[in-house]
Design a protein around this ligand. Structure first.
Ligand code: BTX
Length: 328
């Protein structure tokens, strides 16, 4: 694995060609081994030129995702050091659950080109067409009491919003608790699943689904009125691998900050992107339905709302009816 990484690094460093002999010297492996690695790289979609007496040169790196290309240049401390890429899976969530049980470390990432049983919250379906988006799950082993787990969902939402703001002129909004909207349409969803004992989290799987390069007509017809993709909204194709790396870097930085400083900065960031904060919506819980204004996020991550009599209330789960014009 690391030989391949070094090989790509060497090939990328040199302006011109680099000879097989030089590669073999630098990496301390045989010419035959170099040749085998080159073939593997070609299979991964690298376009490599081999010129007699001059050597090798990378003409273009693949668009197609692979463990190799995803990890190359990913200068993170702990996230994605174990990274697994698949062409097609049922759901990346299930794979990470299995890996967690096998003891894989904090920061393990599973990503697929396509999911055939992508899932949303409450057993809803998540459309995950081949090569068009980011279908990825991250394993976390936080040292937190279970009641704080929802904070990680909010954290993930702020990471996605920041990434979009940094890469484009789009203005992402976070619809409580964790949908990402652009121009009122959902481009991304987060599914957080927790395995916990009484008072300790064993592990958390944060699933991120992000529509990247679907054209309008590639969004399923029944959700087209409320769903979109980054390309659809920005008007241009996005590089999926770079976008994934950007998310992972930001995720690590934000998570580290959360560990050292707590939820406060996340809360502020969430509210900065919060969808319809300060506006009145209709809320339902098991017990009742009422109109209230969205005030913001509580220090513990709950949603704070204010009813028409001025009473404040903290909500941990509720259904929100966003009303006319908005997403519902
Ligand atoms: P959610 O329950 O908030 O959203 C699911 C709802 O969103 C669906 O019922 C449908 O109306 C709509 N929807 C379905 N597919 C899409 C889509 N591609 N874009 C926009 N809207 C859609 C949100 O659940 C959490 C989704 C997490 C998905 C990730 S992908 C990686 C990981 N693996 C996996 O199986 N799930 C997560």
């Amino acid at each position: 694995e690391s030989t391949r990484k070094q090989l790509i690094e060497l090939l990328n460093k040199k302006d011109g060609h680099i000879s097989g002999q030089e590669l073999s010297n630098q990496l301390n492996i045989s010419r035959t081994a170099i040749w085998k690695h080159m073939n593997e790289l070609k299979k991964d979609g690298y376009d490599i030129e081999a010129v007699q007496r001059k050597g090798y040169k990378i003409l273009s790196s693949p668009d197609k995702m692979s463990e190799n290309t995803l990890q190359w240049g990913l200068d993170t401390e702990w996230i994605g050091h174990q990274l697994f890429h698949y062409d097609q899976v049922e759901s990346t969530q299930e794979i990470v659950h299995q890996m967690a049980k096998q003891g894989k470390p904090h920061g393990t990432v599973v990503i697929a080109d396509e999911q055939v049983k992508g899932k949303g919250r409450m057993a809803r379906k998540w459309d995950s067409p081949k090569g068009k988006g980011i279908w990825m799950s991250i394993l976390l082993r936080p040292n937190l009491p279970p009641f704080k787990a929802p904070q990680l969902t909010l954290l993930a939402a702020t990471v996605l919003a920041e990434m979009i703001s940094e890469r484009s002129a789009l203005v992402p909004q976070i619809k409580w608790p964790n949908d990402l909207l652009i121009h009122h349409k959902k481009v991304s969803g987060i599914l957080t699943e927790m395995q916990a004992e009484q008072d300790a989290i064993q592990y958390i799987v944060v699933g991120i689904g992000m529509n990247v390069n679907q054209n309008g007509e590639e969004i399923p017809e029944d959700i087209r009125h409320k769903a979109s993709s980054l390309k659809n909204e920005a008007g241009e194709e996005w590089n999926i691998q770079e976008t994934v790396q950007h998310i992972l870097r930001l995720f690590e930085r934000t998570y580290d900050q959360y560990e050292s400083d707590g939820f406060e900065a996340i809360k502020a960031n969430w509210e900065k992107h919060g969808y319809r904060i300060g506006e009145e919506v209709t809320i339902s819980t098991m017990k009742r339905t009422w109109k209230a204004t969205l005030v913001g996020i509580e220090p513990d991550g709950a949603l704070c709302v204010r009813d028409r009599d001025g009473n404040h209330e903290k909500l941990y789960s509720a259904e929100i009816h966003w009303g006319e014009g908005g997403y519902h």
